[in-house]
Design a protein around this ligand. Sequence first.
Ligand SMILES: Nc1nc2c(ncn2[C@@H]2O[C@H](COP(=O)(O)OP(=O)(O)OP(=O)(O)O)[C@@H](O)[C@H]2O)c(=O)[nH]1
Ligand SMILES: [Mg+2]
Length: 204
Amino acid sequence: MSTYPNVKFLTSAAEAHQLAPDVGREIAFAGRSNSGKSTAINAITQRSGLARVSRTPGRTQLINFFELVPERRLVDLPGYGFAKVPERVRLHWLQLMEHYFNVRESLVGLVLIVDSRRGLGAQDAGMLEWVLARDRLAHVLLTKSDKLNQRDAQRVLRETKAACADTSVTVQLFSALAKQGFEEARRVMDGWLNDTQKKAPVVT
Ligand SMILES: Nc1nc2c(ncn2[C@@H]2O[C@H](COP(=O)(O)OP(=O)(O)OP(=O)(O)O)[C@@H](O)[C@H]2O)c(=O)[nH]1
Ligand SMILES: [Mg+2]
């Protein structure tokens, strides 16, 4: 991604009616709680402290919008898969996500953050199916790759690519700590945010 010197926090949404205006293009970051979504947004935008990072899983229950430039946004979605979240919170998450993915015309693609030590789980695969069914693009960051040796990192990359082989989903290794994969991620996202790939029509 070309650098975005004016990237800034825009707004948070706890409810459907609080979403940022649906104009231009945006890319959403999704993944399990604690997978490293907020950290990846900070790394890719080169702005530590932009998105709040937490050691406590499930902290980000809001949809957080960040503006790169006017009408271009990154969106930090609340994580899933955290066992200790009460049922009431889980249901709210589901309703908010369904609403977001169903109505959001400016959403061009999803960056799915997967902890490389865990690999692609059932909920991650479900999330990919969900966005592909809505004709959006998807790219997987296998993050925290610094926690794996080279051989294991390559194996999880190969396995994840194989799992996505019949789809348009692309996959890469990523580490905020080791500064691995930033350029590759930015290239994909730049393609989505600029006009190089036409946004697919919204299916409802
Ligand atoms: N070693 C290592 N740790 C990382 C990396 N990325 C994130 N982490 C750590 O993983 C933990 C969770 O990171 P977050 O970015 O807060 O994860 P999140 O997906 O936004 O979590 P929720 O908002 O709770 O859903 C933090 O302790 C981070 O420091 C990475 O590339 N390498
Ligand atoms: Mg977060």
